[in-house]
Design a protein around this ligand. Structure first.
Ligand code: HEM
Ligand code: HEM
Length: 167
C-alpha cells in the first residue's frame, strides 16, 4: 500500500472521481452510523436480555449502512490497486508521512473489520463481539479526529492543499 510509489501504477495528481465518490460516500455512511443509527444498541440490549430480536428502522439502517461501508472499502482497495493514489506531499516531514500511512491503513483495517465484528455481535448474539465493536467505534472516532486535524494542518499551516485532491 505504498503511497509514494511513483511507478506502478503511475502516481496520479489527484484521486479519481470514483475514489472521491467512495471516500465521501463512506464519510456520509459512517456519520449516519454514529448520529442516526447508533440506537441499534437499544435493540441489541433488548435482544440479549429478552431473546426478542426486533429489526427497528435503526437496526435495519445500521446493518444496511454497515455492509455498504464494507462494500465501498473493498471497492476502494481495488481502485487503489488499479489506479494508484497521489504521492504524499513532498513538503511533508517524514513523521507526518508515516502518520498518514498508519492512519489510512488503520481506516482500511477498521472499516473492513467493524462490519464483520458487528455482524458477529448481532447474528451470533455475542456480547464480547459487541464490546469489541464499541471499542472499535471509539478508536475510529479518534482516528477521524487525527485525520481531519491533519487535513487542517496541511491546508492552513503547510499550505499543501491536499483537500483539493479529494474534492
Ligand atoms: C463500518 C461499519 C460500522 C460502523 C462504523 C458502526 C458503528 C457503530 C457505532 C458508532 C455504534 C454505537 C456504539 C456505542 O453505542 O457505543 C455501533 C453499535 C452496534 N453496531 Fe455497528 N457499525 C458498523 C457496522 C455494523 C454492522 C454491519 C452490524 C451488524 C450486522 C453492526 C451491529 C452493531 C450492534 C449490534 C451494535 C450495538 C452494540 C452494543 O450496544 O453493545 N454494526 N456500531
Ligand atoms: C469517516 C470519516 C473519514 C474516513 C474513514 C476517511 C478515510 C480516508 C482514507 C482511508 C484516506 C486515504 C485514501 C487512500 O489513499 O486510499 C483518506 C484520504 C483523504 N481524506 Fe479522508 N476520511 C474521512 C473523513 C474526511 C474528512 C471529513 C475530510 C475533510 C476534512 C477528509 C479529507 C481527506 C483528504 C483530503 C484525503 C486525501 C489525502 C491525500 O491527498 O493524501 N477525510 N480519507
Amino acid at each position: 500500500m505504498s503511497e509514494t510509489n511513483a511507478s506502478d501504477p503511475a502516481s496520479p495528481e489527484a484521486y479519481s472521481f470514483r475514489q472521491k465518490l467512495a471516500h465521501w460516500g463512506v464519510v456520509v455512511l459512517v456519520a449516519a452510523q454514529y448520529l442516526v443509527f447508533d440506537s441499534i444498541g437499544r435493540d441489541f440490549g433488548r435482544g440479549m436480555k429478552t431473546g426478542e430480536w426486533v429489526y427497528s428502522p435503526a437496526a435495519t439502517g445500521h446493518i444496511l449502512f454497515g455492509f455498504a461501508i464494507l462494500a465501498l472499502m473493498v471497492w476502494r482497495l481495488k481502485l487503489r490497486r488499479d489506479e494508484g493514489v497521489p504521492a504524499l506531499p513532498a513538503a511533508e516531514p517524514g513523521w507526518a508521512a508515516t502518520l498518514a500511512r498508519l492512519t489510512h491503513g488503520a481506516f482500511y483495517l477498521m472499516l473492513l473489520a467493524m462490519p464483520l465484528v458487528g455482524a458477529a455481535a448481532w447474528y451470533l448474539q455475542s456480547g464480547s463481539a459487541a464490546e469489541m465493536h464499541e471499542a472499535a467505534a471509539n478508536l475510529l472516532m479518534a482516528l477521524i479526529a487525527v485525520h481531519v486535524g491533519a487535513v487542517a494542518v496541511h491546508q492552513f499551516r503547510w499550505k499543501s492543499s491536499i483537500l483539493s485532491r479529494m474534492m
